[in-house]
Ligand binder design. Structure first.
Ligand SMILES: Nc1ncnc2c1ncn2[C@@H]1O[C@H](COP(=O)(O)OP(=O)(O)OP(=O)(O)O)[C@@H](O)[C@H]1O
Ligand SMILES: [Mg+2]
Length: 230
């Protein structure tokens, strides 16, 4: 219902950036002390480009991606996808590979990857083939029937990436997508990110990995709660 309201309320504006975040502020209170992690972060990502975000551990990269995805509401600032508000945007508009993965333990890899398709109205016939194709893109098709607990963390990460790309979102947000991978798997993931961008997605990748930065069209650093060009 939320999805239908969002889509009806604000039409897609292809003339506006795929992702536009302005003046993001996010504060957390811990043990009576308040920390401001985002202090006016502003970011734009256009269809077809890969933007990387680096920054020291604890600088707020995951916080930023969570806010960009619309899963967390900033204290100040706005996020839009082609002019539509981020909160409530469906998974096929913006999808996230979370740092903590968030796979459903009770479901197989294939069932996890199928979730975004099952939630999309009108998509029924082709779900199985689309899921296999997405798992194949990350080299996980052979383990489609396994449960997450039966996989290494790097394998689980690739399944979570397949879940993020399976519905070909306009905005793809990935948090440390190669953190647990060997070089062959890293190459496959980088090729997939490039393919997504070439197909028209705006890709934002949080990373410490020089290999990811190398494929970026633009590189940003989160420093003191704001984004600066590297
Ligand atoms: N829900 C929360 N409540 C309180 N503090 C939080 C919360 N989420 C994040 N923080 C704090 O915000 C800061 C930034 O955390 P975040 O996870 O965004 O960093 P990061 O840059 O992604 O780090 P890493 O590179 O280690 O993944 C940290 O100090 C963290 O403790
Ligand atoms: Mg993080």
């Amino acid at each position: 219902m939320t999805v239908e309201r969002t889509e009806a309320a604000s039409p897609v504006r292809r003339d506006l950036p795929a992702l536009c975040a302005e003046g993001l502020r996010r504060r957390f209170s811990m043990a009576g002390e308040e920390i401001e992690v985002l202090r006016g972060a502003t970011l734009r990502a256009d269809a077809g480009e890969i933007v990387t975000v680096t920054g020291r551990s604890g600088s707020g990269k995951t916080t930023l991606l969570t806010v960009l995805a619309g899963f967390d509401i900033p204290d100040e600032g706005t996020v839009t996808f082609h002019g539509r508000p981020a909160p409530g945007a469906p998974w096929w508009v913006c999808a996230l590979l979370p740092q903590a993965l968030g796979l459903v333990e009770e479901l197989t890899c294939a069932e996890n990857v199928a979730l975004p398709l099952r939630l999309r109205p009108g998509v029924t016939d082709t779900v199985e083939a689309t899921v296999v194709a997405a798992l194949d893109e990350v080299g996980m098709a052979e383990l489609a029937d396994r449960y997450p607990a039966e996989l290494s963390f790097g394998q689980q990460q690739r399944v979570a990436l397949a879940r993020a790309v399976v519905s070909r979102p306009s905005v793809l947000l990935v948090d440390e997508p190669t953190a647990h991978l060997d070089s062959a798997s890293t190459d496959a993931v980088l090729a997939l990110l490039r393919r997504m961008a070439d197909e028209g997605a705006a890709v934002v990748a949080v990373t410490h990995d020089p290999a990811v930065r190398e494929v970026a069209d633009r590189r940003l650093r989160l420093d003191g709660g704001v984004l600066v060009a590297e």
